[in-house]
Design a protein around this ligand. Structure first.
Ligand SMILES: *Cc1c(COP(=O)(O)O)cnc(C)c1O
Length: 432
């Protein structure tokens, strides 16, 4: 029932609520005579989460730039408090840390895109990771993390959570036997990423959920690299999805945020704690994210196409030692990605034949991608990972992670594939 309630919240209607029901497979069906069915993703990126008619007849969602909300009378305050007591979604807000209408619109939009009941927008992707783990785990609990994850996530789990009495085991990404063997009676949560940074390894979500669910272990997946356009992890029974909204969702390299997405039960618990932790997003940042998401489906479709074209081109060049892109048949998880993802994403990692100096010359010769640490924006970006992101990792650990000096991570933007390939070609030729 919760899903139905939240769908109604996510798509506020002006002409009465739609008549939803569930078929024998628990899929939502919509009475054809009531309202149109749930919009498909491209339509949802534009409209979901937003009221059809907004304050002052504004077409765009207003930036409600306030930290404080006022009450017209003490009676209005009593009403508000009662709504809270009965767990109804209050019609209004009280204080900026507890909620903001511009932020709420982003949350509802992201929830709709993931097919989720609810989402919480926080101030960065790392805020989403740290808050989720801090709030889902208690002293004495055990966490399993798959390796090949965002490096700060690994550091947080290995160096920070143990200070609070949380035990952590790191298992190899994609090794399901090791994952199962690591489970203990106090294992509460499995955290993984798909596809991974930088090698684009994918998790078999159905298999992961089969291992975790019967044992009442919660699963949390960071699907920043996939976006809901390419993968909706909640459809597989995963409990929570995490995004660095900074990357593809916001998409313009101009704002930082994170999202925690899942069932209303879990997000309600997390939201109460979130208002204590205070990882709030500024309303203006929320507006930029809302505007960014409107073009998510278009951007990711282009980035998928650019990723595939560039990966295919690079795989054929003699100056390239290896390419890691799930759209290539040579990638470890090609079959899994083909079966579960709607696109292979915009991140192509590869090694230049030669040494670090040669890889650096290649990156310096590029004229379209700039050298920088991020991904998912409209501008293509290239990262020498041994110098960036992993620069502070001890060299032996870096080697164990497969981060060699010749490794290049190319994150495609929305430029034309032909231009990007011509640029790569001239940079490779300059090496000769
Ligand atoms: C960037 C990133 C994060 C951290 O997000 P921030 O918004 O930079 O805090 C977490 N996970 C993945 C997979 C990322 O790419």
């Amino acid at each position: 029932m919760r899903i139905l309630q939240s769908r109604m919240r996510v798509f506020p209607s002006d002409a009465g609520e739609p008549q939803y029901s569930l078929d024998e497979n628990d899929n939502m069906t919509v009475d054809a005579n009531s309202r149109p069915p749930s919009p498909t993703l491209g339509t949802a990126t534009v409209h979901a989460g937003e009221r059809r008619f907004r304050a002052h007849n504004s077409l765009t969602v207003p930036i409600v730039q306030t930290a404080v909300y006022t009450f017209e009378s003490t009676a209005a305050l009593v009403n508000y408090t009662e709504e809270h007591m009965f767990w109804e979604e209050p019609e209004r807000e009280e204080y900026g840390r507890y909620g903001n209408p511009t932020v709420r619109a982003v949350e509802a939009k992201i929830a709709a895109l993931e097919g989720a009941e609810d989402a919480i927008l926080v101030s960065s992707g790392m805020a989403a990771v740290t808050a989720t783990l801090l709030l889902m785990l208690s002293h004495g609990d055990h966490l399993i993390l798959t390796d090949e994850c965002y490096y700060n996530t690994l550091l947080y789990c290995q160096n920070f959570l143990p200070r609070y009495g949380i035990e952590v085991t790191v298992t190899p990404h994609g090794d399901y036997a090791a994952l199962e063997a690591a489970i203990r009676p106090n294992t509460r949560l499995i955290f993984s990423e798909s596809p991974t940074n930088p090698f684009n390894h994918c998790i078999d979500l159905a298999r992961l959920v089969d291992i975790a669910k019967p044992r009442q272990i919660k699963t949390v997946i960071d699907t920043t690299f996939a976006t809901p356009v390419n993968l909706r992890a909640l459809d597989y029974g995963v409990d929570l999805v995490i995004h660095s909204v900074t990357k593809y969702l916001a998409g313009h390299n101009d704002v930082m945020a994170g999202a925690i997405v899942g069932s209303y039960d879990l997000t309600t618990r997390l939201r109460q704690a979130h208002s204590m932790l205070g990882y709030v997003v500024d309303p203006h940042a929320a507006y930029l994210i809302l505007r960014g998401i409107k073009t998510l489906a278009l951007r990711v479709a282009r980035q998928n196409a650019n990723g595939l074209a560039v990966a295919r081109y690079l795989a054929e060049q003699p100056q390239i030692r290896q390419v890691w892109y799930p759209g290539l048949a040579c990638h470890r998880d090609h079959a899994l990605a083909t079966a579960t993802m709607r696109g292979f994403g915009g991140v192509v990692s590869f090694e230049i034949e030669g040494d670090a100096a040669r890889a650096h010359c290649f990156m310096d010769a590029l004229t379209i991608p700039t050298i920088g640490p991020s991904l998912g924006g409209v501008e293509s970006m290239v990262s020498p990972l041994a110098l960036m992101g992993y620069a502070n990792v001890p060299p032996e650990d870096r080697a164990a992670m497969g981060i060699r000096d010749e490794l290049v991570r190319l994150c495609l933007g929305i430029e034309e594939a032909d231009d990007l390939i011509a640029d790569l070609k001239q940079a490779l030729e300059s090496l000769a």
